[in-house]
Ligand binder design. Structure first.
Ligand code: GLP
Length: 268
């Protein structure tokens, strides 16, 4: 697993956006062979999305031949609700780049048959040729997408009940009332993410320091579902100094040393 440690969130966000843009460009996507990108919501990727919008508007990258699959969506929240992940994605990214609407896939938390929705989503990913790069964030408890502690590490897209911790964490978007946060969500599984040819996880801020320590310095464990990244062939964590707070000095020095040459912005 690669770990890229940036001094702060701004640098991390810019670097991650350039990294993704570079991956899209170098794959030379065409209408026949599109680049398939997995995407998260949450505050962590907002800076990256802002930079990607800038790069697209400057003509440095295009999303015309990019297909996206989002990680998750709340159950029962209308798509136009400001806290739905549909709303989030169009607001922060899709409305500002040249992606065709039909290339965007987000789980429908209002589908009549939620199990079928999850099954069809896995099928759609398969039909698209699998995901080239899955970008993710994590919760403070190390969950990826909505794969809460204890989730099967071989899970696929399904309905999940959110933990109280997650509802409290996300209540900041729902008037600080955990009871207003939907209790269930549709989410890709840990295995759905791990099937991607490459996985890039953004971990920033002191609140994620404990999770980063568990994921990097301890073993694969279903209580910290993102730790599954240790078994991925092309897994990378992009973090900031604040998030590295609980890592051993030696761990930080090691990764800073081996990635020293790779901290400058990828060329576009
Ligand atoms: C939610 C999402 C996750 C996200 C997490 C962290 O639980 N389902 O995909 O990683 O929030 O969000 P933030 O980046 O705001 O800390």
């Amino acid at each position: 697993m690669r770990i890229i440690i940036h001094p702060d969130y701004t640098t991390l966000s810019k670097w991650t956006a350039y990294y993704i843009a570079q991956k899209i460009k170098s794959s030379n996507p065409t209408p026949e062979k599109k680049f398939v990108l997995g995407l998260p919501t949450g505050s962590s990727p907002i800076g990256t999305y802002r930079e990607l919008v800038k790069l697209c508007q400057e003509g440095k990258v295009s999303f015309k031949n990019v297909v996206t699959f989002n990680m998750d969506e709340y159950v029962g929240l209308p798509e136009d609700h400001p806290e739905s992940y549909h709303y989030f994605m169009w607001h922060h990214l899709f409305s500002h780049v040249d992606i065709p609407k039909e290339n965007v896939h987000i789980l429908d938390g209002n589908a009549k048959d939620l199990e079928k929705e999850c099954h069809d989503y896995e099928e759609a990913i398969r039909r698209a040729g699998g995901i080239d790069l899955f970008l993710g964030g994590i919760g403070a408890d190390g969950h990826i997408a909505f794969n809460e502690p204890g989730s099967s590490l071989s899970s696929r897209t399904r309905i999940k009940t959110l933990t109280y911790d997650t509802r409290v964490a996300n209540s900041r978007f729902f008037g600080n009332d955990p009871n207003k946060v939907p209790k269930t969500a549709l989410t890709v599984g840990v295995a759905t993410v791990m099937d991607a040819r490459e996985v890039v996880i953004i971990i920033n801020g002191i609140a994620k320091a404990r999770a980063l320590q568990k994921v990097v310095e301890e073993g694969v464990n279903h209580m910290w579902t993102v730790s599954m990244l240790q078994l991925h062939r092309h897994g990378m964590i992009v973090c900031d100094d604040d998030a590295s707070f609980e890592l051993k000095v030696g761990t930080v020095k090691y990764f800073k040393d081996i990635e020293r040459e790779n901290l400058s912005l990828p060329r576009l």
